[in-house]
Design a protein. Structure first.
Length: 302
C-alpha cells in the first residue's frame, strides 16, 4: 500500500549554537518542507529517488533490502548517507525491512535544496514516521544537532525548544507579531555547513551557563515582544552576544554595515537565510548587492 509522509522545514530565530547547551530557542516551522512517498515492491530492492521542488531527479540509488548494501547510485557520498540512515533505522527497529520485500522511495523538497530549510531533518522525520521510531534518536545517531529542526518538522506553529536531560522541551507559542509585515528573510546565496559551525562553537571556551541564561532570557522577551523598536533592540543584543561568544563579526558587521535597520542571523552563521527588518522599498538594498531571494515573513512561516 502506497504511503505518503510530510515534514515541515525550519528556521531558528533565536538560540543558535546556545540551544546545544540547553538554552531556550525560538524556532519557526516553514510553509516549505519535504514529502516522502513509499511504495512496496516484490524486488528485495530499495529504489531511492530524490526530486527537487520542480520534480527534477537529482539523486538515485538502489540498495539491497536484506543485506543493506548499495547496488548502484548517482552520487557515492549522498548514497552513503542515505544508506546510513536506513541502517540506523533498522538498528532502532530490528524488525524493520525484514519481510523480504522492496520499496520505491521518492523524496521531494518543496523548496530549493540549497536554501538550508532542513532537507536533512525533514528526511529524518519522514523516515522515522515510516518506520515508527523516535526521530530524535535517529537524528542523534546520524546527523546530530540539537533536534529543534525535528520539532519544527512536527509542528505547525512557532515553538520554543529546549534540550533537557530526559527529552526535549517543546512548547507551542503565540508568536504572531503585529509588525511581521516588516520582517523579511534574505538568502545569502550559499548554504552553510551546520556541522562545521557546531564544531567551531564546541571548540571555544566560555561560560556556557551564563550564555544559556542570557539567550534564554532574550528568547522569552522576543516571544512576548509587541513593538518593532524593542524587537530590533533584542535582535541586536542577541547578535552581539553570539558574536562575542564565537569571536566572529555579525553578518551585519561583515556584509551589510550600512544597512539602517536590524539584521539577525538564523542558525549556523555565514550562510542560508538572515532576518532583515524593513519594508519592501528597503529590501532593494539587498537586491542591489546581488541578494535577490527575499521572502516576506508571511510567505515563509506557518
Amino acid at each position: 500500500m502506497r504511503q505518503e509522509f510530510y515534514s515541515n522545514g525550519k528556521l531558528l530565530l533565536t538560540g543558535e549554537y546556545a540551544v546545544l547547551d540547553g538554552a531556550k530557542a525560538l524556532a519557526l516551522p516553514t510553509k516549505y518542507g519535504q514529502v516522502l512517498t513509499v511504495e512496496p515492491t516484490q524486488t528485495k530492492i530499495i529504489s531511492w529517488k530524490s526530486l527537487d521542488k520542480d520534480g527534477k531527479v537529482w539523486f538515485t540509488a538502489e540498495f539491497h533490502s536484506e543485506t543493506m548494501e548499495e547496488i548502484s547510485s548517482t552520487d557515492a557520498k549522498i548514497s552513503k548517507t542515505a544508506l546510513e540512515i536506513l541502517v540506523e533505522t533498522k538498528h532502532l527497529r530490528p524488525d524493520f525491512l525484514t519481510t523480504g520485500e522492496g520499496f520505491n522511495l521518492t523524496t521531494q523538497l518543496t523548496f530549493p535544496k540549497d536554501w538550508g530549510l532542513g532537507s536533512s531533518s525533514t528526511l529524518i522525520n519522514n523516515i522515522a514516521q515510516w518506520a515508527h521510531i523516535d526521530p530524535y534518536r535517529l537524528l542523534e545517531n546520524t546527523f546530530g544537532g540539537s533536534g529543534y529542526d525535528i520539532a519544527c518538522a512536527q509542528h505547525n506553529t512557532p515553538i520554543t525548544y529546549q534540550l533537557d536531560e530526559v527529552s526535549p522541551l517543546v512548547e507551542k507559542v503565540d508568536f504572531n507579531p503585529s509588525f511581521k509585515t516588516q520582517l523579511f528573510f534574505v538568502y545569502l546565496n550559499k548554504k552553510q555547513n551546520s556541522r562545521e559551525g557546531i564544531s567551531d562553537y564546541r571548540s571555544r571556551t566560555f561560560n556556557k551557563n551564563e550564555l544559556v541564561r542570557v539567550i534564554g532570557d532574550l528568547t522569552s522577551k522576543i516571544v512576548g515582544c509587541t513593538d518593532i523598536t524593542t524587537f530590533e533592540t533584542l535582535l541586536d543584543l542577541h547578535e552581539s552576544v553570539i558574536s562575542q561568544t564565537l569571536q566572529t563579526p555579525s553578518v551585519k558587521q561583515e556584509l551589510f554595515p550600512d544597512y539602517p535597520r536590524s539584521i539577525k542571523s538564523l542558525g549556523a552563521w555565514g550562510g542560508d537565510f538572515i532576518l532583515a527588518v524593513g519594508d519592501p522599498n528597503l529590501m532593494r538594498y539587498f537586491s542591489k548587492k546581488g541578494y535577490h531571494t527575499i521572502v516576506p515573513y508571511s510567505e515563509m512561516i506557518l
